[in-house]
Design a binder for this molecule. Sequence first.
Ligand SMILES: [Zn+2]
Length: 260
Amino acid sequence: MNAAESFRDRSFLVVDPDARIRRPEDLMAFALDAGGRFQTIPKGTQVRIDAVKVVETGSRSNIVFGHATSVNGNRLFGWTSTRNLEGKFMNETIGAVSPAPGASRFGPNAAWARGSFLGQIELAAIVDAKLEIERLALSTIEPYAALVAAAARDGVLVTLNSGFRSYPEQKHLHDGFERGLPGFNTAARPGLSNHQNGIAFDIAVPGGDGNPTYEWLKKHATRFGFVRTVSKEPWHWEFDVDRARVALQAGTFMTPNVTA
Ligand SMILES: [Zn+2]
């Protein structure tokens, strides 16, 4: 598996009836044919994606574009929004995020645990539940992909709301929570969140109990090394093979500290 660029291992079905091709020099503009009509990739076409570009369209929003060819590579279609493809590119990894030389403990790849800086870790960018970009520790991509694939085989969609966070990102979330700003949930002090060392995954399970994804995770996640570790946060799972095994053997999906 290509952990940092999972899309290279797959082909994708075009499901949008109006899957327009973009102009390579300006992906926000549409390509026209000689008659002035939008160029499109026909719905039902199976394509491969051989390159990806992300265009930011707002502070926390973006469009992921893919460069599409036929599956055998003989025909080049061009750039199109990955939202036109089955699955909308959710859970695809779209590139490695490596630490810059000399990056600091507050840099984008800096890992922390229990208030201490651990070092720089390799990350990969991944498309989340809202089609925004999150990052995960590269070392957790394969187990997460295995979890996603097993759920998919049971007809259940596992998607991410939050993965790895840098120190400044955790600080932003903690400050917003402390100040009671709208849209901010409980967030640990910067340096203390397991979202800063790559083991924490916030998975979309709206409503908790009864949510099909949550019910599936309760039954199966521990077999894939994922365990629930925070009270009142049914969405927060951690990739921790040892604690997941203990939970599995105890007939639960949670660590002992979780009370609700
Ligand atoms: Zn979390």
